[in-house]
Design a protein around this ligand. Structure first.
Ligand SMILES: Cc1cc2nc3c(=O)[nH]c(=O)nc-3n(C[C@H](O)[C@H](O)[C@H](O)COP(=O)(O)OP(=O)(O)OC[C@H]3O[C@@H](n4cnc5c(N)ncnc54)[C@H](O)[C@@H]3O)c2cc1C
Length: 391
């Protein structure tokens, strides 16, 4: 570990001890607590490892920032999760492609926890086939007027800003008439309706856009060049998803990260299941997967590889939690918070094979972009979007 990495790991550890005391991130996961945590992190000079200094970050190079993140993977508190879309996806894309003015306006408050983001990509008729989106943005003076519907929008009910892709030129081909914008979620034209999942929690939403307004200055990159930016943002998403695990301490009940081997061993010990040969074998598989993800994280691999491993690991670890807990993993006493935690992961882990692009799409991407295999046949790449048959 380099001197810079050790120095920052020590500083983060000291900050976590001071901010959380003994609770190590288990303190209320309310939005207010999460914002207060980010503000304190920023005041301690620890926000934005690889964000340029002039935008309020620390200005380290990407490799050093990744090493620090990997060394801290165990300790990342649950309070971070609400900021993931902003800090791991929207902000890196805006720093790369947004105007200087847009960067100065949105990056510093995002690092301080004043802005929560959502990602407005998927639509009822455009998921894997994302370039088939029909939400439109039309120019009106100094503004764009956005109308359409998005769906599965994680965290939109808490979001201040959204990163949105919309069709700006239906007369152009499917991939060449899309533009990326930053949209204010708190305006009359935006209606957010939570979708309750089988866990009983509404993590994501339907978002209805009815002539919502976007200032022209909020365009990211160039007009009609949004598809390449959208793909770039997805690579950031897959990279960050591929690295994530549940914190070793605390109970992150997002169910979006694989359970850890250490947590499962502790659970097996609590329930007296450590002598069961099948459970021992499965725990070894979880350990192997965890190590492979850790080592792969240190290599410069295609983002889809990390994403695929992570979703596989999430399913395996939840399945082992089920094996260890038996009925406790699916039905529990109302006051048994612990059992509820395991059940939540069992129910939620499948969604990870969909969010950020499905497993099948990751395999297609690897085949076409990493291995150079022929593209899937398509009949819609050369035709103006407005002439294509719709779902
Ligand atoms: C937990 C979670 C969080 C999410 N958060 C967000 C968010 O914040 N913002 C957002 O915009 N979206 C979000 N999504 C939506 C997600 O990106 C889509 O669900 C995903 O892209 C798949 O689209 P779809 O659901 O329309 O499925 P479809 O695209 O209809 O796919 C259905 C099935 O067909 C398969 N399939 C489709 N096309 C192909 C192909 N060419 N080759 C092989 N197989 C194929 C798919 O793999 C899948 O199994 C989230 C989803 C989940 C589950």
């Amino acid at each position: 570990m380099s001197a810079v990495v050790s120095e920052y790991v020590e500083r983060f550890d000291a900050f976590y001890r001071e901010h959380f005391g003994q609770s190590a991130g288990t303190a209320g996961r309310t939005i207010g607590a999460a914002r207060a945590y980010r503000r304190a992190l920023s005041e301690a000079g620890l926000a934005g490892l690889d964000v340029p200094r002039e935008l309020g970050g620390i200005g380290l190079d990407a490799a050093t920032a990744a090493s620090i993140q990997s060394a801290l993977a165990d300790r990342i508190p649950p309070e971070e999760s609400i900021f993931g879309i902003g800090l791991n996806m929207a902000i890196p894309t805006i720093i790369e492609f947004g105007s200087d003015e847009l960067q100065r306006r949105v990056v510093p408050p995002s690092l301080r926890g004043e802005v929560i983001w959502c990602q407005l990509y998927s639509e009822p008729g455009a998921g894997s086939d994302l370039a088939g989106l029909t939400t439109k943005a039309e120019r009106d003076g100094d503004e764009w007027v956005v109308t359409g519907q998005k769906v599965w929008t994680s965290g939109a009910q808490h979001a201040d800003l959204g990163i949105i892709i919309a069709r700006t030129a239906p007369e152009r081909t499917k991939h060449s008439g899309i533009t990326m914008f930053v949209i204010d979620m708190n305006q009359p034209g935006v209606t957010v309706r939570p979708l309750v999942q089988m866990t009983g929690v509404a993590e994501f939403n339907e978002v209805f856009l009815d002539e919502a307004r976007v200032p022209a200055d909020n365009m990211v990159g160039e007009l009609n060049n949004g598809w390449s930016l959208a793909v770039r943002l997805l690579a950031h998403e897959r990279n960050s998803l591929g690295r994530s695990f549940t914190p070793a301490t605390g109970r992150s009940k997002t169910g979006r990260q694989p359970l850890r081997h250490s947590q499962l061993c502790e659970r097996a010990e609590q329930l007296g299941r450590t002598r069961d040969a099948v459970i021992r074998d499965q725990l070894a598989q979880v350990y192997i997967g965890e190590k492979l993800i850790e080592w792969n994280g240190e290599r410069d691999l295609h983002p889809s590889i990390g994403k695929l491993w992570r979703t596989r690991q999430g399913r395996l670890a939840a399945q082992v939690a089920h094996l260890i807990g038996g009925p406790l993993a699916g039905a529990w006493e109302a006051d048994d918070i612990d059992a509820d935690y395991w059940a939540y992961h069992v129910l939620n882990c499948r969604g990870m094979s969909l969010g950020g692009g499905t497993d099948e799409i990751q395999r297609n991407t690897l085949g076409e972009r990493a291995l150079g295999l022929p593209r899937e046949p398509s009949i819609d790449r050369e035709v103006p979007f407005r002439d294509l048959p719709r779902n």
